[in-house]
Design a protein around this ligand. Structure first.
Ligand code: AP5
Ligand code: MG
Length: 205
């Protein structure tokens, strides 16, 4: 299955996608994690990435798309993938469509986690205070609020993009983590049943 987690900073994409990875036994691709890992290496690319993510800006589409296209070539992603934090722009979404149509496994589902901004600021502030090595982009409320604005401007249009294709399921992300996960698995089971009826799951998709 190919599933996207969509939602603003702090909505619970990382929390829920890790649980879902175990539930579905498919790999997780978190662009935030990939970029933080690249940022921690030596060299000019690391510095460029830091300049974007520490300020709460998106890295340029061409940079992230080429990283994802390379990563998806790994046979480990043949069965499907959970995308946490990708795509974040319409350009990225179009590149992903192209990439997945080449491998013959189009998107199955886009899970949108909805949480209001005050709760998001509260969560990210807590996370910064409770971690020994907090993320640079969590530390200042100003940067957190900028990340929320960037989401509204550049990523929120994807809600309509995927809704128009009948792929979007929106979930109330303010519920407990357990209830959010249960809503997610309900949506997944619905898709699985549909794929089974279409005979796709028997072929290992
Ligand atoms: P990324 O790492 O993806 O960060 P983000 O989108 O800002 O989201 P977070 O990881 O902060 O939140 P989350 O939704 O995963 O929530 P979590 O589960 O941790 O991206 C970082 C940066 O990388 C971007 O700003 C950008 O610069 C760059 N980047 C990444 N992808 C890119 C792309 N495609 N293109 C360009 N640039 C890109 O939960 C948050 C907190 O809330 C936790 O403490 C958790 O315990 C708590 N929590 C979770 N669920 C609940 C709940 N139900 N109730 C109460 N608390 C909860
Ligand atoms: Mg995350």
């Amino acid at each position: 299955m190919q599933i996207i987690f969509l939602g603003p900073p702090g909505a619970g994409k990382g929390t829920q996608s890790s649980k879902l990875m175990a539930y579905l036994d498919i790999p997780l691709l978190s662009t935030g994690e990939i970029l933080r890992n690249a940022k921690s290496q030596e060299g000019p690319q690391a510095q460029t990435i830091a300049n974007y993510i520490d300020r709460g800006e998106l890295v340029p589409d061409e940079m992230i798309v080429s990283m994802i296209v390379d990563t998806l070539e790994d046979p480990v992603y043949q069965k499907g993938c959970l995308f946490d934090g990708f795509p974040r722009t319409i350009n990225q979404a179009e590149s992903l469509d192209e990439c997945l149509s080449k491998v013959g496994h189009p998107l199955d589902l886009v899970l949108e986690l909805r949480v209001n901004n005050e709760e998001l600021v509260r969560r990210l502030n807590n996370r910064a205070n409770e971690t020994d090595t907090p993320r640079e982009d969590d530390q200042k409320e100003e940067t957190v609020r900028h990340r929320l604005d960037v989401y509204d401007e550049q990523t929120r249009p994807l809600v309509e993009y995927y809704q128009a294709r009948g792929l979007l399921v929106s979930i109330d992300g303010t519920q407990t983590m357990e209830k959010v996960f249960s809503d997610i698995t309900k949506a997944i089971e619905h898709i699985k049943a549909r794929k089974c009826r279409a005979g796709e799951l028997k072929r290992g998709y």
